[in-house]
Design a protein around this ligand. Structure first.
Ligand code: NAP
Length: 500
């Protein structure tokens, strides 16, 4: 092991909120059968704390609380400005609690602490601030009609939203749904990922303190296998906002379709990062490395497929082989650490198995390619694989770990063809000094977002989402509001009104 590794000096600590409790109807309560489940610290493989393991009866209670709160008008009856003020208070509280939330997110997901502070808490807080700002500008519209009528279009909330999120960015992805859904006037039942539920409970505390009325926001922690179908199919849920794998998303979409629920699907990704020979290599290499080690590769919009223009192909492989062992790796409590563990032993085994199959398929392991035995944590070395056939599993499927495949290309057309040659279409990137080329290529990529001369340039104002098997719908930006609102057209017959 030659990586610049650092060993943990202190054990991860659990956050301070009632352990083993669900948040339903504004109150903390145990699961109906008293069940709990362990939360594991990925950095050590040991138990961090436990949370309630909700039952389907608890889902019923949470949906009933959300339904009652919605129907009472306690939230939807407020003006969007009043709701915005409460979201703004949530932003301030989240900022004030940055350290508490970052520590919890870091310990639960295995994120390096600096990353948790700067990326997770910062971005999540800004979502409440951004949607609060939109709340001062939500408008309907008046339509010009051909008849003697007066027509206007109002926007209305959908009702009860089931917000289901994956393990990799719990705080951000929960907030990505919660902030616009609440601004629109909906009520929410949130089911975070079974492995990473802690920040959802911290959000519940913050929203309650910010002034969100009881029943408007509810959290059920537990297993998706037990709760997922029940929540998605629940007759009192009006909308399902799902982020997770393509397979479970497709299953949930079918179930939601049976009861004609509104559904948004933010699913898997497998982005290509196209590196042209004219790019500034010093900057581009930083971007290439960041794009695949960001969040230890557990990023739906990661850049795990590097396409390199042939004249610099071997040069780039050489630079990566030299650079990656020096990327700070290991102790997530060390502010310098860039790469932490994977979030679970399941994730570690999945990544290791894909790399072993890639080796068997003839991959050249440029660097990495092994588990790292460090303090019992779920560590895998940052790995670069070259010389794989274009249809190899490691290239066409989502690895969701710190693994980069590298393929050469000769022409712009070939780069575009290779970039689009997976079933996914979430993100993409282009590294080049030729901006005309960047515009030309970007327009031909199957993706909801394309970054030029950078990666993961995320902002609450900029929408993202998928095409192909990466899903449908958009999150972020004003576009996300459309997922949580419906229009209601109101048309007056002016002739009849005049006659009366
Ligand atoms: P996952 O296994 O699909 O789980 C996502 C969520 O669905 C979890 O809360 C899970 O609960 C729940 N779930 C499980 N079975 C369900 C069912 N039958 N009905 C409804 N919900 C159910 O995904 P993951 O492994 O946590 O996350 C990784 C995946 O998410 C990757 O494919 C990644 O690309 C994708 N992702 C996409 C985006 C995006 O914006 N497009 C963002 C982040 C991640 P349990 O955890 O309890 O099983």
């Amino acid at each position: 092991m030659t990586l610049t590794e650092s060993k943990p000096k202190t054990a991860p600590t659990a956050p301070a909120f009632p352990p083993g409790q669900l948040f339903i109807g504004g109150a903390w309560r145990e699961a109906s059968d008293g069940g709990r489940m362990d939360v594991i610290a990925p950095a050590t493989g040991t138990k961090l704390t436990d949370v309630a393991k909700a039952t389907t009866a608890d889902v019923d209670a949470a949906v009933a609380a959300a339904r009652a709160a919605f129907d009472s008008g306690v939230w939807s009856g407020l003006s969007s400005r009043e709701r915005a003020r409460i979201l703004q208070r949530a932003y301030v509280l989240m900022r004030e609690r940055t350290e508490q939330i970052a520590q919890a997110e870091s310990a639960n997901v295995g994120k390096p602490i600096t990353f948790a502070r700067v990326v997770d808490v910062n971005n999540a807080a800004e979502l409440y601030e951004y949607y609060a700002s939109l709340g001062h500008h939500l408008d309907g519209s008046v339509r010009e009609t051909t008849g003697n009528t007066h027509a206007y279009v109002k926007t209305e909330p959908l009702g009860v939203v089931a917000a289901i999120t994956p393990f990799n960015f719990p705080l951000i992805l929960s907030s990505t749904k919660i902030a616009p859904a609440l601004l629109a006037g909906n009520t929410i039942v949130h089911k975070p990922a079974g492995d990473t539920p802690l920040s959802a409970l911290l959000i519940a505390q913050i929203l309650q303190e910010a002034g969100v009325p009881d029943g408007v926001f509810n959290v059920v922690t537990g297993s998706g296998a037990t709760l997922g179908d029940h929540l998605v199919g629940h007759p009192d849920v009006d909308k399902v906002a799902f982020t997770g794998s393509t397979e479970i998303g497709a299953h949930a979409a079918q179930l939601a379709g049976k009861t004609l629920k509104s559904f948004t699907a933010e699913l898997g990704g497998n982005a290509a990062n196209i590196l042209f020979a004219d790019a500034d290599l010093n900057t581009a290499i930083h971007t290439v490395i960041g794009a695949f080690v960001f969040n230890t590769g557990q990023f739906c919009m990661a850049g795990p497929r590097l396409l390199v223009e042939r004249p610099i192909y071997e040069v780039v492989l050489g630079i990566l082989a030299d650079a990656l062992p020096h990327v700070p790796f290991g102790d997530i409590t060390n502010p310098e650490t860039v790469i932490g563990p994977l979030a679970s032993s399941t994730q570690l085994e999945k990544v290791a198995a894909i790399v072993e199959r890639a080796k068997a398929a003839g991959a050249r392991v440029v660097t990495g390619g092994e588990k790292v035995d460090l303090n019992g944590g779920f560590y895998y070395s940052p790995t670069v694989l070259a010389d794989l056939p274009a249809d190899a599993e490691a290239i066409v499927e989502e690895t969701f770990g710190p693994v980069l495949t590298v393929q050469p290309f000769d022409t712009e057309e070939e780069a575009i063809r290779l970039a689009n040659s997976t079933r996914y279409g979430l993100a993409s990137g282009i590294q080049t000094a030729d901006l005309a080329k960047a515009h030309r290529v970007a327009a031909q990529l199957d993706a909801g977002i394309t970054w030029v001369n950078g990666w993961a340039l995320l902002d609450p104002a900029v929408p993202f989402g998928g095409v192909k098997d990466s899903g449908w719908g958009r999150e972020g930006g004003p576009e996300a509001m459309a997922s949580y609102q419906r229009s209601h057209s109101i048309v007056f017959n002016l002739e009849q009104s005049a006659a009366q």
